[in-house]
Design a protein. Structure first.
Length: 381
């Protein structure tokens, strides 16, 4: 019997194939995700890519595909008969919502409707006990006031707040629907009637119309509602992690994502005069050419951005070529300077095992090892 090498993507393996891995190589971890003993480019259905651990993590049991582990992170439902509402898979649309066939999602009815067929105020199918449905499909009070007005305690019609389209009182937090220039922002309180599910189910306490959605929410222009951003976003243009504009404290912006830890190795196209040290490509010294380089990144705690290390570093703590923590292939590490070099400077020798520059014996000007006999040129020549 002979020992055979593992596949290059494996750190340890039980066989020679790429899907016989027991674990992935560090240098492959940022191009592959570990899944059932295999280094894969993309996670299969039912799993999402955990960038921090470089592995495929199972979605919640209700999700067919997802972008997080929670019950409300579903992109598709495992049960094809289920419908989605705010990322959660449900057997049917809840009260106050309607089914949108184009997205297979439950959408909120207009606030004046009990049930509806669409999000417009004219799409009501039924009304609560204090209202009736008029000929245009609107739910109106039994004593009808004009649009943008409500019935007060004396039975008189009063003007709604300027941000409201329909309302139940004078304030902007009494809106039932909003005008064309504002968005509904739901303020929530815990449902004390169901203490066993306080953390999962919330009920609206006030309906407020706002001209701009507050921090942590984005404006859904289809239904004129402020929806919550992904948990990694401080501000956003959509509910998913790739739609962040600004990251929450503790997260770094890397491309279109907000991440806790910056990906150390990403491939980028750069224009330069010389090819990378490991390249065998032909080049013309007098012209700049495009090369595909792999850059490491670090989290800049001042800008909260994932920023590029010097090309010589495989890990770093800053931009400079003296901020390296470890080196790329083809470089050796000079630890006292925090620098990655293509060869060791005078007075140092290359330790091939650790790929670092070690100081020569004090009697040596240059050397091949640490002993006083490993000299090339002594100080006394």
């Amino acid at each position: 019997q002979e020992c055979e090498p593992c596949h290059r993507s494996c750190r340890a393996c039980g066989g020679p194939r790429y899907d016989d891995c027991d674990s992935c190589e560090d240098e492959c971890a940022h191009y592959h995700f570990f899944h059932n003993g295999t280094c894969v480019d993309d996670c299969p259905d039912g799993y999402f890519a955990n960038d921090k651990q470089d592995e495929c993590v199972r979605c919640h049991a209700d999700c067919g595909s997802c972008d997080g582990p929670g019950f409300d992170d579903c992109i598709e439902c495992r049960n094809k008969k289920a419908v989605r509402y705010n990322g959660e898979c449900l057997p049917k649309c809840p009260k106050g919502t309607y089914y949108d066939e184009t997205t297979n999602e439950c959408r909120d009815c207009d606030r004046s409707c009990l049930t509806c067929s669409g999000h417009e105020p004219s799409s009501c199918l039924s009304c609560d006990t204090d209202r009736r449905k008029d000929a245009s499909g609107h739910c109106v009070w039994y004593r009808q006031c004009s649009l943008q007005s409500y019935v007060d305690q004396n039975g008189e019609c009063q003007q709604c707040h300027e941000l409201c389209h329909r309302c139940s009182g004078p304030g902007k937090d009494h809106c039932l629907s909003c005008n064309d220039l504002s968005f509904m922002f739901l303020l929530y309180k815990k449902d004390t009637s169901s203490p066993e599910v306080l953390t999962l189910h919330l009920s609206p306490s006030d309906n407020t119309c706002v001209q701009e959605c507050p921090v942590g929410y984005y404006a859904d222009k289809d239904v004129r509602v402020c929806e919550r951003c992904h948990f990694t976003c401080q501000s956003c243009v959509g509910r998913h992690s790739v739609e962040c504009l600004i990251c929450k404290p503790g997260f770094f912006k890397q491309g279109i994502n907000c991440v806790e830890t910056c990906s150390e190795r990403l491939e980028e196209q750069v224009q330069q005069m010389q090819p990378p040290p490991s390249s065998s490509l032909l080049f013309f010294p007098s012209t700049k050419q495009m090369f595909s380089l792999i850059f490491s990144h670090f989290g800049n705690k001042t800008t909260m951005l994932c920023e590029r290390c010097d090309p010589s570093c495989s890990k770093c703590w800053g931009h400079s070529n003296r901020n390296c923590l470890s080196c790329r292939e083809g470089y050796v590490y000079l630890r006292p300077w925090g620098q990655c070099l293509q060869r060791c400077p005078l007075g140092y020798y290359q330790d091939s095992q650790s790929k670092t520059c070690q100081k020569c014996h004090p009697t040596c000007k240059s050397c091949t090892g640490k002993g006083s006999l490993s000299w090339l040129v002594t100080l006394f020549v």
